[in-house]
Design a protein around this ligand. Structure first.
Ligand code: NOJ
Ligand code: CA
Length: 546
Protein backbone atom coordinates (compact mmCIF):
# COMPACT_ATOMS: atom_id res chain seq x y z
CA UNK A 1 0.00 0.00 0.00
CA UNK A 2 1.26 3.46 -0.91
CA UNK A 3 1.91 6.47 1.26
CA UNK A 4 -1.69 7.45 1.71
CA UNK A 5 -3.80 4.51 2.78
CA UNK A 6 -7.11 6.22 2.11
CA UNK A 7 -6.46 6.45 -1.62
CA UNK A 8 -6.22 2.67 -1.90
CA UNK A 9 -9.01 1.65 0.39
CA UNK A 10 -12.46 0.19 0.12
CA UNK A 11 -14.62 1.65 2.87
CA UNK A 12 -17.57 -0.30 4.27
CA UNK A 13 -20.15 1.55 6.34
CA UNK A 14 -22.52 0.09 8.86
CA UNK A 15 -24.55 0.91 11.89
CA UNK A 16 -23.41 -1.29 14.79
CA UNK A 17 -26.97 -1.60 16.11
CA UNK A 18 -28.28 -3.25 12.94
CA UNK A 19 -25.29 -5.43 12.05
CA UNK A 20 -25.07 -8.30 14.54
CA UNK A 21 -26.50 -8.80 18.01
CA UNK A 22 -24.29 -10.89 20.32
CA UNK A 23 -26.18 -10.92 23.63
CA UNK A 24 -29.76 -11.56 22.58
CA UNK A 25 -31.27 -8.17 23.36
CA UNK A 26 -32.24 -7.46 19.75
CA UNK A 27 -29.65 -4.70 19.33
CA UNK A 28 -26.45 -5.10 17.33
CA UNK A 29 -23.30 -4.49 19.34
CA UNK A 30 -19.49 -4.30 19.22
CA UNK A 31 -19.03 -7.96 20.16
CA UNK A 32 -21.40 -8.91 17.35
CA UNK A 33 -19.44 -6.80 14.91
CA UNK A 34 -16.17 -8.36 16.12
CA UNK A 35 -17.62 -11.79 15.36
CA UNK A 36 -18.25 -10.64 11.77
CA UNK A 37 -14.84 -9.15 11.08
CA UNK A 38 -13.69 -12.31 9.31
CA UNK A 39 -16.62 -11.94 6.96
CA UNK A 40 -15.52 -8.38 6.20
CA UNK A 41 -11.92 -9.50 5.74
CA UNK A 42 -13.01 -12.08 3.22
CA UNK A 43 -15.05 -9.46 1.41
CA UNK A 44 -11.81 -7.53 1.03
CA UNK A 45 -12.69 -4.18 2.56
CA UNK A 46 -10.00 -2.49 4.63
CA UNK A 47 -11.72 0.43 6.29
CA UNK A 48 -14.89 0.48 8.37
CA UNK A 49 -16.95 3.61 8.84
CA UNK A 50 -19.24 3.27 11.84
CA UNK A 51 -22.37 5.41 12.06
CA UNK A 52 -22.65 7.30 15.38
CA UNK A 53 -21.69 5.18 18.36
CA UNK A 54 -22.30 7.69 21.15
CA UNK A 55 -25.02 7.61 23.81
CA UNK A 56 -28.19 9.01 22.25
CA UNK A 57 -31.93 9.24 22.71
CA UNK A 58 -31.98 7.95 19.13
CA UNK A 59 -34.34 10.49 17.66
CA UNK A 60 -32.15 10.79 14.55
CA UNK A 61 -30.61 7.32 14.62
CA UNK A 62 -27.65 8.47 16.72
CA UNK A 63 -27.02 11.74 14.87
CA UNK A 64 -28.12 13.31 18.15
CA UNK A 65 -25.49 12.61 20.83
CA UNK A 66 -25.67 13.19 24.57
CA UNK A 67 -22.00 12.41 25.30
CA UNK A 68 -19.12 12.65 22.83
CA UNK A 69 -16.70 10.83 25.15
CA UNK A 70 -18.55 7.58 25.49
CA UNK A 71 -20.29 4.83 23.57
CA UNK A 72 -23.98 4.01 23.56
CA UNK A 73 -24.28 1.38 26.36
CA UNK A 74 -26.62 -0.65 24.16
CA UNK A 75 -23.65 -1.31 21.84
CA UNK A 76 -21.26 -2.33 24.63
CA UNK A 77 -18.63 -0.56 26.69
CA UNK A 78 -15.63 1.54 25.75
CA UNK A 79 -13.70 -1.63 26.51
CA UNK A 80 -15.63 -3.48 23.82
CA UNK A 81 -14.94 -0.66 21.42
CA UNK A 82 -11.20 -0.83 22.14
CA UNK A 83 -11.39 -4.61 21.51
CA UNK A 84 -13.05 -3.93 18.19
CA UNK A 85 -10.23 -1.57 17.18
CA UNK A 86 -7.68 -4.20 18.16
CA UNK A 87 -9.41 -7.06 16.34
CA UNK A 88 -9.93 -4.93 13.24
CA UNK A 89 -6.28 -3.83 13.23
CA UNK A 90 -5.21 -7.48 13.44
CA UNK A 91 -7.01 -7.99 10.16
CA UNK A 92 -5.64 -4.88 8.50
CA UNK A 93 -8.93 -3.02 8.84
CA UNK A 94 -8.94 0.63 9.90
CA UNK A 95 -11.92 2.08 11.72
CA UNK A 96 -13.30 5.57 11.27
CA UNK A 97 -16.26 6.91 13.22
CA UNK A 98 -18.98 9.42 12.56
CA UNK A 99 -18.22 12.74 14.20
CA UNK A 100 -21.46 14.66 14.63
CA UNK A 101 -20.48 17.94 16.23
CA UNK A 102 -22.53 20.47 14.31
CA UNK A 103 -25.17 19.91 16.97
CA UNK A 104 -25.89 17.91 20.09
CA UNK A 105 -29.05 16.21 21.24
CA UNK A 106 -31.31 18.59 23.17
CA UNK A 107 -30.83 16.10 26.02
CA UNK A 108 -27.08 16.70 26.08
CA UNK A 109 -26.03 18.07 29.51
CA UNK A 110 -24.50 21.11 27.79
CA UNK A 111 -27.85 22.10 26.29
CA UNK A 112 -29.74 21.21 29.45
CA UNK A 113 -27.49 23.53 31.39
CA UNK A 114 -27.70 26.22 28.69
CA UNK A 115 -31.50 26.35 28.78
CA UNK A 116 -31.65 26.36 32.57
CA UNK A 117 -30.05 29.78 33.00
CA UNK A 118 -28.65 32.69 31.04
CA UNK A 119 -25.69 32.49 33.40
CA UNK A 120 -24.88 28.88 32.60
CA UNK A 121 -21.26 28.40 31.48
CA UNK A 122 -22.75 26.49 28.53
CA UNK A 123 -25.23 29.17 27.49
CA UNK A 124 -22.92 30.54 24.83
CA UNK A 125 -22.13 27.05 23.54
CA UNK A 126 -25.34 27.23 21.50
CA UNK A 127 -26.75 29.83 19.13
CA UNK A 128 -29.42 32.15 20.57
CA UNK A 129 -31.64 35.05 19.62
CA UNK A 130 -33.74 37.14 21.98
CA UNK A 131 -36.27 38.10 19.33
CA UNK A 132 -37.88 35.97 16.66
CA UNK A 133 -35.30 35.87 13.83
CA UNK A 134 -36.45 37.01 10.39
CA UNK A 135 -35.01 33.84 8.84
CA UNK A 136 -36.87 31.52 11.20
CA UNK A 137 -38.44 29.57 8.33
CA UNK A 138 -35.36 29.37 6.12
CA UNK A 139 -32.67 26.74 5.52
CA UNK A 140 -34.48 23.60 6.68
CA UNK A 141 -32.70 20.36 5.75
CA UNK A 142 -35.69 18.07 6.23
CA UNK A 143 -38.63 19.73 4.44
CA UNK A 144 -41.91 18.14 5.46
CA UNK A 145 -40.45 16.92 8.77
CA UNK A 146 -38.94 20.16 10.03
CA UNK A 147 -40.93 23.38 10.23
CA UNK A 148 -38.26 25.97 11.14
CA UNK A 149 -34.57 26.51 11.95
CA UNK A 150 -35.12 28.78 14.96
CA UNK A 151 -37.33 27.51 17.75
CA UNK A 152 -38.48 29.35 20.86
CA UNK A 153 -37.42 27.60 24.07
CA UNK A 154 -39.72 28.47 26.94
CA UNK A 155 -37.34 27.57 29.68
CA UNK A 156 -34.45 29.40 28.06
CA UNK A 157 -36.73 32.33 27.18
CA UNK A 158 -34.96 32.66 23.87
CA UNK A 159 -34.82 31.29 20.33
CA UNK A 160 -32.19 28.67 19.56
CA UNK A 161 -30.86 27.70 16.16
CA UNK A 162 -31.02 24.20 14.72
CA UNK A 163 -30.05 23.48 11.12
CA UNK A 164 -31.63 20.02 11.41
CA UNK A 165 -34.49 18.79 13.66
CA UNK A 166 -35.53 20.95 16.63
CA UNK A 167 -34.06 18.33 19.01
CA UNK A 168 -30.60 18.97 17.48
CA UNK A 169 -29.47 22.42 18.72
CA UNK A 170 -26.44 23.73 16.80
CA UNK A 171 -23.23 24.31 18.71
CA UNK A 172 -21.83 27.83 18.53
CA UNK A 173 -18.55 27.65 16.63
CA UNK A 174 -17.88 31.32 17.19
CA UNK A 175 -17.17 30.38 20.79
CA UNK A 176 -13.47 29.47 21.32
CA UNK A 177 -14.42 27.07 24.11
CA UNK A 178 -16.57 25.05 21.70
CA UNK A 179 -13.76 24.98 19.17
CA UNK A 180 -11.33 23.74 21.80
CA UNK A 181 -13.76 21.10 23.05
CA UNK A 182 -14.28 19.66 19.56
CA UNK A 183 -10.52 19.30 19.17
CA UNK A 184 -10.42 17.43 22.44
CA UNK A 185 -13.14 15.07 21.20
CA UNK A 186 -11.18 14.26 18.05
CA UNK A 187 -8.00 13.76 20.03
CA UNK A 188 -9.76 11.46 22.49
CA UNK A 189 -10.91 9.02 19.81
CA UNK A 190 -7.58 9.17 18.01
CA UNK A 191 -5.91 8.29 21.28
CA UNK A 192 -8.16 5.23 21.47
CA UNK A 193 -7.05 4.21 18.00
CA UNK A 194 -9.56 5.34 15.36
CA UNK A 195 -8.05 6.06 11.95
CA UNK A 196 -10.19 9.11 11.30
CA UNK A 197 -13.62 10.62 11.16
CA UNK A 198 -16.54 10.89 8.83
CA UNK A 199 -17.46 14.47 9.63
CA UNK A 200 -21.16 15.13 9.56
CA UNK A 201 -22.63 18.32 8.10
CA UNK A 202 -19.36 20.21 7.64
CA UNK A 203 -20.81 23.29 5.87
CA UNK A 204 -23.03 23.85 8.88
CA UNK A 205 -20.20 23.39 11.36
CA UNK A 206 -18.24 26.25 9.86
CA UNK A 207 -21.15 28.64 9.30
CA UNK A 208 -21.06 31.47 11.82
CA UNK A 209 -24.78 31.83 12.33
CA UNK A 210 -26.33 35.13 13.27
CA UNK A 211 -30.05 35.66 13.74
CA UNK A 212 -31.74 37.05 10.65
CA UNK A 213 -28.77 36.40 8.41
CA UNK A 214 -29.57 33.28 6.40
CA UNK A 215 -26.30 33.43 4.40
CA UNK A 216 -23.85 33.13 7.28
CA UNK A 217 -20.10 33.74 6.82
CA UNK A 218 -18.06 30.53 6.63
CA UNK A 219 -14.98 29.93 8.75
CA UNK A 220 -12.81 27.61 6.66
CA UNK A 221 -9.84 28.30 8.91
CA UNK A 222 -11.39 26.12 11.55
CA UNK A 223 -11.05 23.15 9.19
CA UNK A 224 -7.36 23.97 8.75
CA UNK A 225 -6.98 24.06 12.53
CA UNK A 226 -8.76 20.73 12.97
CA UNK A 227 -6.65 19.14 10.28
CA UNK A 228 -3.40 20.28 11.87
CA UNK A 229 -4.60 19.15 15.23
CA UNK A 230 -5.42 15.59 14.21
CA UNK A 231 -2.35 15.24 12.04
CA UNK A 232 -0.08 16.06 14.97
CA UNK A 233 -1.82 13.44 17.05
CA UNK A 234 -1.78 10.75 14.39
CA UNK A 235 0.07 11.28 11.15
CA UNK A 236 -2.14 9.05 9.00
CA UNK A 237 -5.53 9.98 10.46
CA UNK A 238 -8.06 11.20 7.89
CA UNK A 239 -11.08 13.44 7.69
CA UNK A 240 -13.84 12.30 5.34
CA UNK A 241 -16.41 15.04 5.08
CA UNK A 242 -20.02 15.31 4.19
CA UNK A 243 -20.33 18.63 2.35
CA UNK A 244 -23.16 18.46 -0.13
CA UNK A 245 -22.56 21.90 -1.64
CA UNK A 246 -22.33 23.46 -5.11
CA UNK A 247 -19.33 22.13 -7.06
CA UNK A 248 -17.55 25.53 -7.17
CA UNK A 249 -17.44 25.55 -3.40
CA UNK A 250 -15.84 22.12 -2.98
CA UNK A 251 -12.16 23.14 -3.41
CA UNK A 252 -12.30 25.37 -0.34
CA UNK A 253 -13.15 22.35 1.79
CA UNK A 254 -10.00 20.56 0.67
CA UNK A 255 -7.89 23.68 1.09
CA UNK A 256 -4.81 24.20 -1.01
CA UNK A 257 -1.76 25.47 0.81
CA UNK A 258 1.24 25.31 -1.49
CA UNK A 259 -0.56 22.81 -3.73
CA UNK A 260 -1.57 20.34 -1.01
CA UNK A 261 -4.93 19.72 0.62
CA UNK A 262 -4.56 21.21 4.09
CA UNK A 263 -8.15 20.85 5.34
CA UNK A 264 -10.30 17.81 4.52
CA UNK A 265 -8.61 14.75 2.98
CA UNK A 266 -11.69 13.24 1.41
CA UNK A 267 -15.11 14.53 0.38
CA UNK A 268 -18.10 12.45 -0.61
CA UNK A 269 -18.81 13.02 -4.29
CA UNK A 270 -22.52 13.85 -4.06
CA UNK A 271 -22.52 15.25 -7.59
CA UNK A 272 -21.25 11.97 -8.96
CA UNK A 273 -23.83 10.07 -6.96
CA UNK A 274 -26.75 11.97 -8.53
CA UNK A 275 -25.24 11.67 -11.97
CA UNK A 276 -24.51 7.97 -11.68
CA UNK A 277 -28.12 7.36 -10.78
CA UNK A 278 -29.30 9.56 -13.65
CA UNK A 279 -26.98 7.77 -16.07
CA UNK A 280 -28.35 4.40 -14.95
CA UNK A 281 -31.93 5.64 -15.29
CA UNK A 282 -31.33 6.98 -18.80
CA UNK A 283 -28.96 4.17 -19.81
CA UNK A 284 -26.71 6.92 -21.01
CA UNK A 285 -23.32 7.78 -19.46
CA UNK A 286 -23.38 11.44 -20.60
CA UNK A 287 -24.12 12.97 -17.15
CA UNK A 288 -21.20 11.07 -15.62
CA UNK A 289 -18.81 11.98 -18.43
CA UNK A 290 -19.78 15.62 -18.14
CA UNK A 291 -19.14 15.63 -14.39
CA UNK A 292 -15.79 13.82 -14.74
CA UNK A 293 -14.72 16.47 -17.21
CA UNK A 294 -15.81 19.40 -15.06
CA UNK A 295 -14.99 18.11 -11.55
CA UNK A 296 -12.88 20.68 -9.74
CA UNK A 297 -9.21 19.72 -9.82
CA UNK A 298 -8.08 18.32 -6.48
CA UNK A 299 -5.00 19.54 -4.62
CA UNK A 300 -2.35 16.88 -3.87
CA UNK A 301 -3.60 14.50 -1.20
CA UNK A 302 -7.25 15.40 -1.82
CA UNK A 303 -9.49 12.47 -2.69
CA UNK A 304 -13.10 11.78 -3.63
CA UNK A 305 -15.16 9.18 -1.82
CA UNK A 306 -17.62 7.63 -4.28
CA UNK A 307 -20.88 5.92 -3.39
CA UNK A 308 -24.08 4.64 -4.90
CA UNK A 309 -26.06 4.21 -1.70
CA UNK A 310 -25.63 5.60 1.77
CA UNK A 311 -27.81 5.62 4.89
CA UNK A 312 -29.79 8.67 3.74
CA UNK A 313 -32.12 9.20 0.80
CA UNK A 314 -30.46 9.42 -2.63
CA UNK A 315 -30.29 13.18 -2.94
CA UNK A 316 -31.35 14.32 -6.41
CA UNK A 317 -31.50 18.01 -5.56
CA UNK A 318 -28.52 18.90 -7.73
CA UNK A 319 -30.19 17.51 -10.86
CA UNK A 320 -32.50 19.64 -13.00
CA UNK A 321 -36.25 19.13 -12.53
CA UNK A 322 -36.37 17.17 -15.77
CA UNK A 323 -33.45 14.93 -14.83
CA UNK A 324 -34.96 14.33 -11.41
CA UNK A 325 -38.25 13.32 -13.01
CA UNK A 326 -36.47 10.76 -15.19
CA UNK A 327 -34.85 9.22 -12.13
CA UNK A 328 -38.09 9.23 -10.14
CA UNK A 329 -39.94 7.62 -13.02
CA UNK A 330 -37.42 4.78 -13.32
CA UNK A 331 -36.35 4.21 -9.73
CA UNK A 332 -38.94 5.78 -7.46
CA UNK A 333 -42.26 5.57 -9.30
CA UNK A 334 -44.38 5.46 -6.12
CA UNK A 335 -44.78 8.49 -3.88
CA UNK A 336 -43.92 6.22 -0.97
CA UNK A 337 -40.40 5.62 -2.35
CA UNK A 338 -39.59 9.33 -2.33
CA UNK A 339 -38.48 11.59 0.48
CA UNK A 340 -38.19 15.33 1.15
CA UNK A 341 -39.29 16.08 -2.46
CA UNK A 342 -35.73 15.44 -3.56
CA UNK A 343 -34.74 11.89 -2.86
CA UNK A 344 -35.32 8.16 -3.02
CA UNK A 345 -35.40 5.96 0.07
CA UNK A 346 -34.54 2.66 -1.57
CA UNK A 347 -31.64 0.26 -1.85
CA UNK A 348 -29.99 -0.31 -5.20
CA UNK A 349 -31.12 -3.94 -5.65
CA UNK A 350 -34.84 -3.20 -5.84
CA UNK A 351 -34.22 0.09 -7.65
CA UNK A 352 -32.63 -1.87 -10.47
CA UNK A 353 -35.47 -4.38 -10.42
CA UNK A 354 -33.24 -7.06 -8.93
CA UNK A 355 -31.43 -7.28 -12.27
CA UNK A 356 -28.14 -8.91 -11.39
CA UNK A 357 -26.26 -7.81 -14.51
CA UNK A 358 -27.33 -4.22 -14.07
CA UNK A 359 -26.33 -4.25 -10.40
CA UNK A 360 -22.88 -5.55 -11.30
CA UNK A 361 -22.57 -2.90 -13.97
CA UNK A 362 -23.52 -0.14 -11.53
CA UNK A 363 -21.07 -1.22 -8.85
CA UNK A 364 -18.30 -1.96 -11.36
CA UNK A 365 -18.67 1.59 -12.62
CA UNK A 366 -18.69 3.18 -9.17
CA UNK A 367 -15.66 1.21 -7.98
CA UNK A 368 -13.53 1.97 -11.07
CA UNK A 369 -14.16 5.71 -11.18
CA UNK A 370 -11.55 7.94 -9.50
CA UNK A 371 -11.68 8.05 -5.75
CA UNK A 372 -12.17 5.70 -2.84
CA UNK A 373 -15.31 3.57 -3.03
CA UNK A 374 -17.68 3.43 -0.08
CA UNK A 375 -20.00 0.44 0.17
CA UNK A 376 -22.99 0.28 2.47
CA UNK A 377 -23.59 -2.92 4.47
CA UNK A 378 -26.01 -5.34 2.85
CA UNK A 379 -25.50 -4.00 -0.67
CA UNK A 380 -22.98 -6.79 -1.26
CA UNK A 381 -25.74 -9.36 -0.96
CA UNK A 382 -28.34 -7.19 -2.71
CA UNK A 383 -30.57 -6.39 0.26
CA UNK A 384 -33.85 -4.56 -0.26
CA UNK A 385 -35.76 -1.84 1.58
CA UNK A 386 -38.79 -1.93 3.85
CA UNK A 387 -41.11 0.88 2.80
CA UNK A 388 -43.38 0.29 5.79
CA UNK A 389 -40.63 1.87 7.93
CA UNK A 390 -40.73 5.65 8.38
CA UNK A 391 -38.50 7.87 6.24
CA UNK A 392 -34.88 6.81 5.97
CA UNK A 393 -35.42 3.80 8.25
CA UNK A 394 -36.66 1.96 5.15
CA UNK A 395 -33.01 1.35 4.20
CA UNK A 396 -31.71 0.78 7.74
CA UNK A 397 -33.03 -2.75 8.39
CA UNK A 398 -30.85 -5.39 10.09
CA UNK A 399 -28.21 -7.30 8.15
CA UNK A 400 -29.46 -10.58 6.69
CA UNK A 401 -26.96 -13.28 7.66
CA UNK A 402 -28.74 -16.59 7.32
CA UNK A 403 -31.95 -18.64 7.26
CA UNK A 404 -32.15 -18.57 11.07
CA UNK A 405 -34.66 -16.54 13.11
CA UNK A 406 -34.50 -12.86 12.19
CA UNK A 407 -32.04 -13.68 9.44
CA UNK A 408 -29.41 -14.59 12.05
CA UNK A 409 -29.21 -10.97 13.23
CA UNK A 410 -30.65 -11.68 16.69
CA UNK A 411 -32.63 -14.33 18.59
CA UNK A 412 -34.70 -11.61 20.23
CA UNK A 413 -37.19 -9.12 18.82
CA UNK A 414 -34.87 -6.90 16.70
CA UNK A 415 -34.78 -3.14 17.22
CA UNK A 416 -36.11 -2.82 13.71
CA UNK A 417 -37.83 -5.62 11.80
CA UNK A 418 -35.66 -7.77 9.55
CA UNK A 419 -37.04 -7.92 6.03
CA UNK A 420 -38.73 -11.30 6.07
CA UNK A 421 -41.29 -11.45 3.28
CA UNK A 422 -41.15 -11.67 -0.49
CA UNK A 423 -38.20 -11.67 -2.81
CA UNK A 424 -36.07 -9.43 -0.51
CA UNK A 425 -36.83 -11.42 2.65
CA UNK A 426 -33.94 -13.01 4.53
CA UNK A 427 -34.86 -16.47 3.32
CA UNK A 428 -34.16 -15.33 -0.24
CA UNK A 429 -31.35 -12.85 0.41
CA UNK A 430 -28.74 -13.79 3.01
CA UNK A 431 -25.01 -14.24 3.49
CA UNK A 432 -25.07 -17.99 4.17
CA UNK A 433 -26.76 -18.82 0.89
CA UNK A 434 -24.41 -16.61 -1.09
CA UNK A 435 -21.26 -17.67 0.71
CA UNK A 436 -21.76 -21.21 -0.59
CA UNK A 437 -22.48 -20.11 -4.12
CA UNK A 438 -19.54 -19.03 -6.29
CA UNK A 439 -22.02 -17.45 -8.71
CA UNK A 440 -23.61 -15.25 -6.03
CA UNK A 441 -23.54 -11.46 -5.86
CA UNK A 442 -21.47 -11.72 -2.68
CA UNK A 443 -18.86 -13.86 -4.44
CA UNK A 444 -18.88 -11.33 -7.26
CA UNK A 445 -18.21 -8.46 -4.83
CA UNK A 446 -15.33 -10.43 -3.29
CA UNK A 447 -13.71 -10.94 -6.69
CA UNK A 448 -14.38 -7.39 -7.78
CA UNK A 449 -12.94 -5.82 -4.62
CA UNK A 450 -9.86 -8.02 -4.73
CA UNK A 451 -9.23 -7.12 -8.35
CA UNK A 452 -9.65 -3.45 -7.53
CA UNK A 453 -7.12 -3.70 -4.74
CA UNK A 454 -4.67 -5.09 -7.27
CA UNK A 455 -5.34 -1.99 -9.36
CA UNK A 456 -4.09 0.86 -7.14
CA UNK A 457 -4.05 3.31 -10.05
CA UNK A 458 -7.82 3.63 -9.74
CA UNK A 459 -7.55 5.19 -6.30
CA UNK A 460 -4.32 7.08 -6.63
CA UNK A 461 -3.87 7.72 -10.35
CA UNK A 462 -5.55 10.01 -12.84
CA UNK A 463 -8.91 9.19 -14.34
CA UNK A 464 -9.86 10.20 -17.88
CA UNK A 465 -12.72 9.36 -20.19
CA UNK A 466 -11.59 8.03 -23.54
CA UNK A 467 -12.84 10.79 -25.78
CA UNK A 468 -13.87 9.26 -29.11
CA UNK A 469 -17.11 8.24 -30.78
CA UNK A 470 -18.54 5.20 -28.97
CA UNK A 471 -21.76 3.20 -29.31
CA UNK A 472 -24.65 4.75 -27.39
CA UNK A 473 -24.71 3.75 -23.74
CA UNK A 474 -20.97 3.08 -23.56
CA UNK A 475 -18.48 4.75 -21.23
CA UNK A 476 -14.76 4.03 -21.59
CA UNK A 477 -12.33 5.43 -19.05
CA UNK A 478 -8.79 4.79 -17.96
CA UNK A 479 -6.77 5.08 -14.80
CA UNK A 480 -3.06 5.88 -15.00
CA UNK A 481 -0.60 5.96 -12.12
CA UNK A 482 2.95 5.08 -11.22
CA UNK A 483 1.98 1.41 -10.91
CA UNK A 484 0.50 1.18 -14.39
CA UNK A 485 -2.59 1.76 -16.48
CA UNK A 486 -6.05 0.23 -16.55
CA UNK A 487 -8.84 0.57 -19.07
CA UNK A 488 -12.52 0.15 -18.24
CA UNK A 489 -15.46 -0.37 -20.57
CA UNK A 490 -19.05 -0.10 -19.31
CA UNK A 491 -22.24 -0.52 -21.30
CA UNK A 492 -25.19 1.14 -19.58
CA UNK A 493 -27.53 0.05 -22.34
CA UNK A 494 -29.12 -3.30 -23.10
CA UNK A 495 -27.78 -3.86 -26.65
CA UNK A 496 -24.63 -5.89 -27.36
CA UNK A 497 -22.04 -3.63 -28.96
CA UNK A 498 -18.52 -3.75 -30.39
CA UNK A 499 -16.06 -0.98 -29.51
CA UNK A 500 -13.04 0.00 -31.58
CA UNK A 501 -10.22 1.25 -29.37
CA UNK A 502 -7.45 0.43 -31.83
CA UNK A 503 -5.75 3.77 -31.20
CA UNK A 504 -4.94 2.68 -27.64
CA UNK A 505 -3.15 -0.53 -28.60
CA UNK A 506 0.23 1.15 -29.23
CA UNK A 507 0.59 2.30 -25.67
CA UNK A 508 0.21 -1.11 -23.98
CA UNK A 509 2.48 -3.81 -22.64
CA UNK A 510 1.11 -7.36 -22.49
CA UNK A 511 -2.45 -6.12 -21.99
CA UNK A 512 -4.84 -8.53 -20.38
CA UNK A 513 -8.36 -8.63 -19.12
CA UNK A 514 -8.50 -8.93 -15.34
CA UNK A 515 -12.24 -8.76 -14.72
CA UNK A 516 -15.40 -8.79 -16.83
CA UNK A 517 -19.07 -9.70 -16.71
CA UNK A 518 -18.51 -12.73 -18.95
CA UNK A 519 -15.87 -14.48 -21.03
CA UNK A 520 -14.83 -12.34 -23.98
CA UNK A 521 -12.38 -12.99 -26.82
CA UNK A 522 -8.76 -11.91 -26.31
CA UNK A 523 -8.35 -8.14 -26.45
CA UNK A 524 -6.09 -8.53 -29.52
CA UNK A 525 -5.40 -5.24 -31.26
CA UNK A 526 -8.31 -3.50 -29.45
CA UNK A 527 -10.18 -2.88 -32.71
CA UNK A 528 -13.12 -5.14 -31.93
CA UNK A 529 -13.85 -5.27 -28.22
CA UNK A 530 -17.24 -6.83 -27.69
CA UNK A 531 -19.42 -5.72 -24.83
CA UNK A 532 -22.74 -7.30 -23.91
CA UNK A 533 -25.79 -5.35 -22.77
CA UNK A 534 -24.96 -4.10 -19.22
CA UNK A 535 -21.48 -5.53 -19.83
CA UNK A 536 -18.19 -4.32 -18.38
CA UNK A 537 -14.54 -5.18 -18.93
CA UNK A 538 -11.47 -4.24 -16.89
CA UNK A 539 -8.31 -4.43 -18.95
CA UNK A 540 -4.83 -3.95 -17.57
CA UNK A 541 -2.95 -2.02 -20.26
CA UNK A 542 0.43 -2.16 -18.62
CA UNK A 543 2.33 -2.42 -15.37
CA UNK A 544 4.66 0.42 -14.48
CA UNK A 545 4.65 3.88 -16.00
CA UNK A 546 4.46 4.23 -19.79
C1 NOJ B 1 -26.24 13.97 7.81
C2 NOJ B 1 -26.46 12.53 8.14
O1 NOJ B 1 -26.00 11.74 7.06
C3 NOJ B 1 -27.93 12.35 8.41
O2 NOJ B 1 -28.25 10.99 8.55
C4 NOJ B 1 -28.30 13.15 9.64
O3 NOJ B 1 -29.69 13.09 9.84
C5 NOJ B 1 -27.90 14.62 9.49
N1 NOJ B 1 -26.57 14.78 8.96
C6 NOJ B 1 -27.96 15.33 10.82
O4 NOJ B 1 -26.89 14.92 11.64
CA1 CA C 1 -26.95 -6.66 21.74
Amino acid sequence: MGERWYTESVIYCLDVETFQDSNGDGIGDFQGLISRLDYLTRLGINCLWLHPIHPTPGRDDGYDATDFYNVDPRLGTLGDFAELLHEAANRGIKVIIDLVVNHTSDEHPWFQSAVASKDSPYRDWFVWADKEPADRFQGMVFPGEQAETWTYHRRARAWYYHRFYDFQPDLNFANPLVRAEIKKILAFWIQLGVAGFRMDAVPFIIELTEPGRSEAPMDFDYLTELRQHIQWRRGDAVLLAEANVEPEKLPEYFGDAGGSANRIHMLFDFMLNGRLVLALARQNPEPVIEWLKTTPKLPAGGQWATFLRNHDEIDLSRLTAEQREDVFEQFGPDEDMRLYDRGIRRRLGPMLGGDRSRLELAYSLQFTLRGTPVLRYGEEIGMGEDLTQAGRYAIRTPMQWSYATNGGFSDAEPIRPVISKGEWGFEQVNVTAQRHDPASLLAWFERMIRTLRESPEVGNGTCACVDQPLPPGVLVHRADGPTGSMLFLHNLGTDDVTVDLGNLAGDTDHPNEVFANQEYDEVGDFTALRLSGYGYRWIRLRRGAA
